[in-house]
Ligand binder design. Structure first.
Ligand code: SF4
Length: 504
């Protein structure tokens, strides 16, 4: 006879994290790429928090996540749950579980959305229970506030400086990441871009850590919007990248990264280190900006307000306010792009993405990236932003599975759109990368054809194009802006530009 006694479910209720603990309790966070995390750390330290980034998740974390949390979860949940668990286990071995519970709190994002992002919290709770660390404090940062009450005990305050610091850190690191990825494939001295990017992220970290925000309320929002403070740091970033020498006559296919939020953002084992792998295979990577996701959240909220016009009071005003917030986000992003010489890519218009995706995916279906994956693939194709799109789709992710299904319809209509949907589950690397390689081979052919056409149409050869380039040493500077002349590839656009300049 089974003598096990079932214990009733108890909702996880972390002990309060009080304001007086801020100076000796460390706030753990993670889930983005290293640049954004480091600068966010600066923004948090500016507000008096002790903050620490978790290490990038590994395959061991994936296995730990599968072991201690629900088995049916999607692969990003397994990675991030295991990541926290392994960190806590390591620290518990070093200083003991009681000390860990006193010394750290964990802050993570979540939502009430329709995908498993709305259940991350439960996965973490289950994992904490399974490793015997229920007393560890974890707080969920939802889109509409702190899940465990408005202030989780007063220690964490989701106030204006906190929110603006986080958003501005994301905008700034998005533009820097974009620039870095445009330069690295063409650098003449290997490792130069890596070194400068590291220095620049440190500059931004210091700028955010030392930002002179005094107001805790709307004055802080106004200050972030109008201040040239961050632009000055970005001007220095621009200067440092400008010292890198590049050879943009190297022919490379441009690969746009899209997919599920975590997998497209993180750089490392959770996505088979796809960014670096693509570069090692000869591609120029067009990374996924987190700002596009913020813009999408605003667009989705504006749509919901729009649907309630005539039913709910203030729906029209709410929609207008959300559209204004979208405009402000884009304006602020463009200011930072300008500080980097307008080199980083612009963010796509959400309403264009919506209308591109509309024949294939309903704009009101939420969860994951909704209709955005379809919209982004078509946007990159129609505007010649990339030769191919690589979509990172997590194992056991319902929204991404729907997108991939809808993409079958898109490919049916546009058979020349190069699209590589990769199922990511942490342990099928060879399969995913070889699938990507097949499409990449065709993308390389297209980039070469486009380059040859650019030479041919202008009566040039590679040698004569190089001779023209030698006459314009400024074009070998990483921050020289090669105008887009109708090609997707950097080398082809440079040839078209050189030919144009030679005729002047
Ligand atoms: S979008 Fe997919 S992978 Fe991401 S949290 Fe939701 S279900 Fe999981």
């Amino acid at each position: 006879m089974d003598t096990a006694v079932a214990s009733p479910y108890r909702a996880y209720k972390p002990q309060a994290f009080t304001r007086s603990e801020r100076d000796h309790v460390t706030v753990l966070f993670g889930g983005l790429h290293w640049r954004a995390e480091r600068v966010l750390q600066g923004a948090l330290e500016n507000l008096g928090y002790r903050a620490r980034m978790l290490p990038t998740a590994t395959k061991e974390d994936l296995l730990a996540g599968r072991e201690v949390a629900d088995i049916g979860q999607c692969c990003p949940t397994s990675f991030t749950t295991g990541n926290v668990v392994n960190f806590l286990r390591g620290e518990a071995k070093r200083i003991g579980p009681e000390e860990v519970a006193k010394k750290y709190v964990y802050v993570t994002a979540g939502s009430c959305g329709s995908c498993r992002f709305g259940q991350y919290h439960q996965s973490y709770e289950l994992a904490l229970r399974n490793i015997g660390m229920e007393s560890f404090r974890m707080f969920l940062l939802a889109q509409d506030g702190m899940d465990q009450g408005p202030s989780a005990g007063g220690g964490l305050e989701l106030d204006v400086p906190f929110t603006m610091g986080a958003i501005w850190a994301i905008l700034a690191t998005d533009v820097v990441q974009d620039l870095e990825y445009q330069i690295r494939p063409y650098e003449v001295v290997p490792g130069a871009t890596e070194r400068v990017a590291g220095e620049c992220v440190e500059l931004l970290y210091e700028a955010f850590r030392d930002r002179p925000v005094r107001s805790r309320k709307w004055g802080a929002a106004a200050w972030h919007i109008v201040t040239p403070y961050f632009l000055r740091t970005l001007a220095e970033v621009h200067r440092r990248f400008g010292a890198i020498e590049v050879d943009r006559l190297r022919v490379k296919p441009v690969v746009k990264i899209t997919g599920e939020f975590y997998l497209q953002t993180v750089e490392g084992e959770p996505n088979y280190d796809i960014h670096r792998w693509l570069e090692s295979e000869g591609a120029e990577v067009y990374p996924a900006a987190v700002t596009v996701w913020l813009d999408y959240l605003l667009r989705f909220a504006a749509q919901q307000a729009e649907d309630r016009i005539g039913v709910a009071r203030n729906a029209r005003v709410k929609r207008l306010a959300l559209r204004a917030a979208q405009g402000l986000l884009r304006w602020s992003y463009d200011r930072m792009r300008r500080a980097l010489g307008d080199l980083p890519h612009e963010i796509p218009d959400q309403y264009e993405l919506r209308s591109l995706a509309a024949p294939y995916f309903h704009s009101r279906l939420d969860g994951g990236e909704g209709d955005m994956l379809i919209g982004k693939a078509l946007w990159a194709y129609h505007h010649k932003k990339a030769h191919m799109t690589c979509e990172l789709s997590p194992y056991a992710c319902m929204p991404n599975t729907m997108s991939i299904g809808a993409m079958a319809g898109v490919i049916g209509k546009h058979p020349d759109l190069l699209y590589a949907p990769l199922e990511i589950k942490g342990d099928a690397e060879v399969h995913a990368l070889s699938r990507c390689q097949m499409i990449l081979t065709e993308a390389k052919r297209r980039a070469q054809r486009e380059f040859d056409d650019a030479l041919g149409v202008n009566g040039l050869t590679v040698e004569s194009a190089r001779a023209l380039l030698e006459r314009h040493p400024e074009m070998k500077q990483a921050t020289y802006r090669v105008p887009r002349r109708g090609a997707a590839g950097t080398a082809a656009n440079l040839v078209l530009h050189l030919a144009e300049r030679s005729r002047q």
